[in-house]
Each structure stands twice: as structure tokens, then as C-alpha cells.
Ligand binder design. Structure first.
Ligand code: ADP
Ligand code: MG
Length: 608
């Protein structure tokens, strides 16, 4: 048998071979020791792929030969004009028009998009009207109208309407030169399209992101610039670049104003020397160059805004080449665990002292959506530092009640107060002044919220998720916010994940980060809306453990959950809700073990 014969290159079988293996007759040609290192490897043959590749090579060769070998393409003339001064001047003008059109167009488009999504109907309608008009008019028509503006209005002036006050007046024909008309036309046209691109991006951002930002009390501007826009950029960028590339080519329309940009210059030259094709090739190659540069910029920007969107970091073009050159696959990115530089002194006042809890009073609260009564005469008193668990069937109004405590929902009737301070109103004597959104956001600092779906900001690292609100809302300096964040991460057992992005974490870890994020503002009250129901069963405990830990820290906790065991162990009060009413409330021993209400008994029988 071959097993007993030493094969060429194979090590002789050693005496240590287990008997079971030795007694199994191996296939013919298999070395007894299992060492194949001296064998020659013949790659699998893919005949069809080879034929396809050969055909493609032949086609490319033929194409190259027909383009380079045919004298009518006039490559000599091409070389003569490609870098000629008039062509470069024309190119410069094309680039300038593209840059100005894109810059002003996207700036105006951004304002229009903001107007479209604003709550003012007039602003929204105006923006809609603008988009409707300027998307309808062909660019060439718009350019000609603008060029003839002097016929319509002799002078352009700035002053107070219906009075004689004039600050500035100038003849239109002198003010609107062909270049100004071109920039204006390209801007007006571009703005109409880019406003829709930006609006599409804004709409693509998950609503939970806005709620999480609002729950942290981030000012509106910061919500827009730091949370919504960076995430919107992912869907804005590809279409925006399509549009800018369109704009670069669209600048050729301004030849109608006799403005010597690239295409117009080329036309002027070939009319003189009759070398049409070579000069059209000069324009084509320059447009190719512009497109390639824009594509590179686009790839870089997309990579930048993809941070956190994928579980793995997106490699740069350069890294991708390197990776391809050095197969097998590069090692997965390793994030170095951050040592927490927290010193007791640095965090004193933040975590060293036990948190002061807030007292919650809910008095006669009603809320309806259309005909649907969601909360009906809800009355509760939750003492400072207490832990309350709300249970009840789906749709009974638990989330609505919780969101009302944070003023994410407005109640129709009744009042909610935290430490005697009314939610949504400022009290002065016997008058209640409704708070502006800015003041509501400021008060949210006292009430933290943890959502069922975590709502972490996916484009920010774990550390940035935690430092965002302390920096923006409390005005903490960066180093102090970092120290605080690391301390909190350590508390929820995730100090080593500071530089990870949320999507690189498990559900349980994400929820623990969300809890740490809410804690970063040292809230008096912390609300949890089914914090474990989006988690796999084995991850539930790690989150409940963190909440249980918090129960002893002094913060008032209100938790909507179906984890009855947790409620029994941790809660001071269990509230049972059904159809918008509180049917029963009391200590767990009473509500869970000896419920008074038949509906509570029926519900518990279902979930236990
Ligand atoms: P729970 O959290 O107890 O499951 P919710 O408070 O989410 O219940 O909802 C209570 C009721 O209010 C449900 O019937 C739900 O369909 C309705 N509801 C919640 N939000 C809205 C809304 N924005 N518009 C209309 N109905 C709503
Ligand atoms: Mg709910």
C-alpha cells in the first residue's frame, strides 16, 4: 500500500502516528504525514474566462489602433491645441463658472431646502414655487432672459419700496455682463435642483435621530448641523456630484451669451482652421479630466461621510490598492482600548457625589390623536430617587406617557411637573407662559431618555456620542467632556469601545452606550422605553444590570418594560396601564403578586 511507501518529498511517517490513522488506508498519492508543502500547485483552469479576456484584449487593441492609426483623428493638431493659451483660458472660465454655480447654487439650494421642511407654510410654499418655476425653464432660455434683463428693467436699485429712499441704483446692462448673467443663470438653475437633493437627504435621516438629539436638549442649529446634515450627506453626495458634473458640462450652454468658455473657444478655433474633430477631442479630453478630478473628490468625501455607516471602516483608494497588492486580506482594524485618564479630582462634582433625583407629579393628564384617546386622566406621584416600572398591553399609552414626561409629546389637558417645575410652561404668579422650543430644550437636560431602538448617532464614535450634549448643552470643555465620557463608559463596562462606531457594537453594548449618553447630562430623571425589547434574550441581562446599578445612584427612574422579574426586584412602584388609563399602581408585592384589578391579573397571566 502507498501508505507504507515513502513518497517523493514527503516526510517518512513517524512512529507517533495514532493507530487509528495508520490503520486507515489513505487515498493513493496522499502523504502519510499530511505534509503537502513540496507539491506543485496547478491553478484551476477557467477556459471561458480566458477566451473572454483574450477577446477584450483584441478589441482594445483594435480600438487603440483605429484611434491612433487613423490620421483623420488629427492627433498632431490635438497636441498643438491641447495646452494652447486660448484653450486654457476657456477651460479656466469653465472651471470658474462651474465652481461659482455649484457654490452659490448649493448655498441657495440649502436655504430653499430648509424653507421646504420648515413649519412655516408660506416659506415652504415659496420654496416649492421657486423649485417648480426654475426646474421648468430650460437653462438656455433662462440665460437668454437674464441677458435681456436690461430691456425689462433699465436700472437695478436697492431702497425702501414705496418711498423715495434709494441706497443704490445702476444701469442693468452694465451690471449684468454676460459673465454675471451666466453665473446668475447657472446659480438659479442649480439651486432648484440642489434644494431637492438636499431635501431628499434630510428626509432620509431616521426620525429617531432627531428625537434622540432633542431628548439630549441639543439646540436646533446643532441638531441640524451635527446630527442631521452629516447623515444626510451620505445620500446627498452621489446625486450632488452627478449634478455638479452636469453643471460642468452645462456651462457649455453659456456659449449662447458669446462667453468664451471651453466649448465656445473650441468652436471659434475650428471655424477658423476647419480642424473640427481634433478640436472637439481637445474639449472631450478636458471634460474627461474635469470629470475624473470631480470623481476623486466625490470618492474622498463619500469615504469621509461613511464613517460609522458600515461595520468596517471604508478603506481609502490608496489602502484598497495596497490591500489588493498584498493579498491575503488585510487585518481587521484594531481599536486600541483607551486608558481612562479619570482622576477623582477631574470628575468631582459629576459622579463622585450621588445624583439628586427629581420628583415627578402627573396631574389629570389627557392626550388624544384625532378621535383616539391615548391618555385619560392619568395621575401619578413618583418620589425623588424612586424606581417606577410601567407595564401594560401594547398600545395602552405607555410610550406616550413617557414621552410626555420629556415633552417630546404635548399633553392636551393636565400638568406634569418635575421638582415642582412644570413641563412646557413657566409659572409666574398664577400665570403659565408656554415655553419656546429653545427653553424646552434647555429643560430637557434634567430628563434623560433611553429608547427601545437605542437611537445612537451612527456617524459619531461612541466617545463623540457621549461628549456631544455635555459640550453643546452644558458647555463643558473638550477634555472635561472626554474624561466624563470615559468614566461613564467604564461604569457601563465599555471603556474599551470609546473609539468604535455604534454599528460595530452588539445591541446590548449599544444600549449601554445609550444609557451612558443619557447619564452624561446628569439628569434628575431617566426614562427608559422598553430598553431591552430590541435585544436578543442573552443580551437583556447586561442592560438590566446597568439599570439596576443606576437604581441605587439616586436618579429617579421610570422604566417601561415587560421584564416582570426585574420589576419585582428593582421597582418601588409598578404601574399597570390599559387604554390610556392607570388601572392599578403600587408596590410590586401588591401589583404583581396580588393584583386587585381583573385586567392586571389577565395581563400578568399572559406575560408571566
Ligand atoms: P404603548 O407604548 O403602550 O404600546 P403608545 O403610547 O405608543 O402605546 O401608543 C398608544 C396609542 O396611541 C396607540 O394606539 C397608538 O397607535 C397611538 N399613537 C401613538 N402615537 C401616535 C401618533 N403620532 N399618531 C396617532 N396615533 C398614535
Ligand atoms: Mg411603546
Amino acid at each position: 500500500m502507498s501508505a507504507t511507501l515513502p513518497l517523493p518529498g514527503a516526510k517518512p511517517a513517524t512512529g507517533s502516528t495514532p493507530p487509528a490513522e495508520a490503520s486507515t488506508p489513505p487515498d493513493a498519492g496522499t502523504p502519510a504525514s499530511g505534509d503537502f508543502s513540496h507539491y506543485r500547485v496547478v491553478p484551476a483552469r477557467y477556459t471561458a474566462r480566458w477566451i473572454g479576456t483574450a477577446l477584450a484584449a483584441v478589441l482594445l487593441l483594435a480600438l487603440g489602433q483605429s484611434v491612433l492609426g487613423n490620421p483623420r483623428w488629427g492627433w498632431g493638431v490635438f497636441a498643438e491645441w491641447f495646452l494652447a493659451e486660448p484653450v486654457l483660458v476657456g477651460l479656466g472660465r469653465t472651471l470658474l463658472l462651474t465652481a461659482l454655480g455649484a457654490l452659490f447654487g448649493f448655498a441657495l439650494g440649502g436655504l430653499l431646502a430648509a424653507a421646504r421642511v420648515s413649519r412655516s407654510h408660506l416659506l415652504a410654499s415659496l420654496a416649492w414655487g421657486y423649485t417648480w418655476v426654475f426646474r421648468s425653464i430650460p437653462l438656455i432660455v433662462l440665460l437668454l432672459i437674464l441677458n435681456n434683463l436690461g430691456y425689462l428693467y433699465e436700472n437695478v436699485w436697492l431702497g425702501v419700496p414705496y418711498t423715495d429712499i434709494t441706497f443704490f441704483s445702476y444701469p442693468t446692462t452694465q451690471l449684468i455682463s454676460p459673465f454675471a448673467a451666466a453665473v446668475l443663470g447657472l446659480t438659479l438653475n442649480q439651486a432648484a435642483f440642489s434644494s431637492e437633493i438636499i431635501r431628499g437627504g434630510i428626509l432620509s435621516v431616521d426620525r429617531g435621530q432627531l428625537e434622540a438629539a432633542a431628548a439630549l436638549g441639543l439646540p436646533r442649529r446643532r441638531q441640524a448641523l451635527r446630527i442631521v446634515l452629516p447623515q444626510a450627506m451620505r445620500s446627498i453626495l452621489p446625486t450632488a456630484f452627478n449634478d455638479i458634473i452636469g453643471l460642468a458640462k452645462g456651462t457649455s450652454n453659456v456659449y449662447i451669451l458669446a462667453l468664451p468658455e471651453l466649448f465656445y473657444t473650441i468652436q471659434v478655433i475650428y471655424r477658423r482652421n476647419l480642424e473640427v474633430v481634433p478640436l472637439l477631442m481637445v474639449a472631450t479630453v478636458w471634460y474627461l479630466v474635469i470629470l475624473s478630478v470631480l470623481s476623486l473628490v466625490q470618492a474622498q468625501l463619500e469615504r469621509r461621510y461613511a464613517r460609522g455607516a458600515l461595520r468596517e471602516a471604508v478603506p481609502s483608494l490608496w489602502q484598497r490598492w495596497l490591500r489588493r497588492a498584498s493579498r491575503p486580506q488585510a487585518q481587521p482594524q484594531v481599536t486600541t482600548p483607551l486608558a481612562c485618564p479619570c482622576t477623582p479630582a477631574a470628575t468631582a462634582g459629576w459622579l463622585a457625589s450621588p445624583q439628586r433625583g427629581g420628583e415627578i407629579t402627573v396631574r389629570g393628564v389627557h392626550k388624544h390623536y384625532g378621535a383616539l384617546q391615548v391618555l385619560q386622566d392619568v395621575n401619578l406621584h413618583l418620589p425623588a430617587s424612586s424606581v417606577t416600572v410601567i407595564i401594560g398591553p401594547s398600545g395602552s399609552g405607555k410610550s406616550t406617557l413617557l414621552r410626555s414626561l420629556n415633552h417630546l409629546e404635548r399633553v392636551d389637558e393636565g400638568f406634569i411637573a418635575i421638582d415642582g417645575e412644570l413641563i412646557g410652561y413657566r409659572q409666574q404668579g398664577h400665570t403659565l407662559y408656554e415655553l419656546k422650543e429653545k427653553d424646552i430644550l434647555r429643560r430637557r437636560v434634567d430628563v434623560g431618555m433611553v429608547f427601545q431602538s437605542f437611537n445612537l448617532f451612527p456617524h459619531l464614535s461612541v466617545l463623540e456620542n457621549l461628549t456631544e450634549a455635555p459640550r453643546a448643552v452644558l458647555g463643558l470643555p473638550e477634555t472635561q467632556a472626554h474624561t466624563l465620557a470615559l468614566e461613564l463608559l467604564q461604569r457601563v463596562g465599555l471603556a474599551d469601545k470609546a473609539h468604535a462606531y455604534p454599528r460595530q457594537l452588539s445591541g446590548g453594548q449599544q444600549q449601554r452606550v445609550a444609557i451612558a449618553r443619557a447619564l452624561a447630562l446628569s439628569p434628575k430623571v431617566l426614562l427608559f422605553d422598553e430598553p431591552t425589547s430590541a435585544l436578543d434574550p442573552e443580551l437583556v441581562k447586561e442592560v438590566l444590570d446597568v439599570i439596576q446599578e443606576l437604581a441605587r445612584s439616586g436618579t429617579t427612574l421610570v422604566v417601561v418594560t415587560h421584564e416582570i422579574g426585574f420589576a419585582r426586584e428593582v421597582a418601588d412602584t409598578v404601574v399597570f396601564m390599559e387604554q390610556g388609563r392607570v388601572l392599578e399602581a403600587g408596590p410590586p408585592a401588591q401589583v404583581l403578586s396580588a393584583p386587585q384589578h381583573p385586567r392586571t391579573r389577565a395581563f400578568l397571566a399572559q406575560v408571566l
